[in-house]
Structure formats: structure tokens, C-alpha cells
Design a protein around this ligand. Sequence first.
Ligand code: AMP
Length: 281
Amino acid sequence: MEIFKKTKDVLAFTNQARGNQKTVGFVPTMGALHAGHISLIHRALKENDVVVCSIFVNPTQFNNPEDLEKYPRNVEADIQLLEEAGCHAVFLPEVSEMYPKNVESDNFDFGGLDTEMEGKFRPGHFQGVGTIVKKLFLAVNPNKAYFGEKDYQQLLIIKKMVELEGLDVKVVPCEIKRESSGLAMSSRNARLSDNAFNASTLIHEQLIWMLDHFNELSVSELKQAVEMAFDENDAFELEYVEVTDGKTLKPIQDRRASTEPRAFISAYIEGVRLIDNMKLS
Ligand code: AMP
């Protein structure tokens, strides 16, 4: 597997592949890789001749400096996992490579996609995400890029950024990979104690519960029941539970108001912020 630290080198690699009529698939990550990330690599390998993964913990998308500092980093293990998966190249830029001038976000007009849920609780987060993914797309020049539905709001933001910037990259959504308990895999899970890891199945259980009761309860009844379940659990602090349209991310009050309803939960356990979501139809 090729390892690149400089934009010009990874771009030369992918330009050569594309010049030889090969397709390039790209999987951007922040590292601390797990089976969720690797499932994206596998999908990209199935659909492309050459696959590039990037590992970059992007400072502009962290609104909380402690979260940035504590974000798990394990590049050597990551490289091994990527090699085992059959990934062709990894791009590992320094902050100064991606932000040669100021470590600042651009200003995208995401048309309100960035003001719901994660956007409310993580101000500036999606401007940072849009900024870095645009930079990475320009650095790697892929045909297709793969994003997990685990970060569903992010996925819509990236699609919007591609549209706004007129980039010729197909954004491919990939299904959420879960632990056998149902917990969505996440780099942040590495920070959980065994107890918290076991307790954290509550998020997925509540999403399944919402799906099971979606046709018989109102949206506010569903949300209230989830709030109560979290209230009764001492380990967790619920940040939000929301039911929205899956395209606009606008909250819906009535289940008939959307053909693509989706439920979202964000909660803290042991100071670790976990998110998950599920289609409700
Ligand atoms: P991250 O390293 O957390 O920025 O994630 C990099 C990519 O992997 C994003 O597109 C995530 O949505 C995706 N991803 C993270 N966890 C999972 C998961 N459990 N299942 C599927 N994709 C995931």
C-alpha cells in the first residue's frame, strides 16, 4: 500500500490511475479505524479499480477542544487494517498540508441542513466538515467517495457541498455497521469502559422501539417515551431525540408528513458523545 503525506503525491497517484482509465474510490476518515470504516473500503474496492483512504483528524470540525484532544489516534494499527483490507493507498496529511494558511473553515450555504440536530449542538461543525472534504476531494480527485449513514446528516452535507462546488464526485451512502449488540461502531467507542459499552446498546434499542411503534404512536409520543427511557438510565444523558424527513432533515410532527422519516439520537455516556439514526419506514 502506498503512503502519501503530500497532496501533490496522492494527486499524481490518482491522476496516473485515471489517465490509465482506472476508476478511483475514496474513503475519508479520521482514523482509529474499525469494521465500520473497513466496510466502506470493501464497498469502494468492489466498485473501483483503485481505492484511497485518508486519515486526518480535522481540527476545524471540532467545536470542543477537549473532544479534539481526546480523539483516539492509532495510525500504525490503521495502516495495518487498511493493508489487510487491500486498500491501495492512504493519504496522511499534516494539518499544515491541509490548512497552509489559517486553520479556518470556508462558509457554505447548506440551506438549513446544517442548523438541525448536530448543527445545533456542534456550532461550526458542518462548515469544518464541508471545508475539509472539499480539500480532500481536490487532493484525491476521486470518481466516487464513500460515506457512512452512521453520520447521516454529514452525508447530506457532503452531497450538498458537492452540488454547491460543482465537483464531479459521486457520493455513495453506505449502511451502518453495528456491534453484535446493535451499538453503531464508532472510533469513540474505544473510550468506553466495559460497563458503558454494554449499557450503550440503549441507543439502538430505542431506535428499534421507535421503528416498531412508528405506525401506532404520534411523533411526540415516540420522542417522549425515548426521553423517559433515557431519564430512567443513570449512565446516559440524552442530548436529543428527533424525527425528521430524511431529505430535508426538518423535524416532522406527523408521521404522514414525510415519505422518508428517520429517527436520530445523540447521547453522552461517560463523557463520550454517541450518535445513531434509523430509517422509520
Ligand atoms: P470518521 O472516521 O468517524 O470520520 O468516519 C469516517 C467515515 O466512516 C464516515 O463516512 C462515517 O460515516 C463512516 N463510519 C463511521 N462509523 C461507521 C459505521 N459504524 N458504519 C458505517 N460507516 C461508518
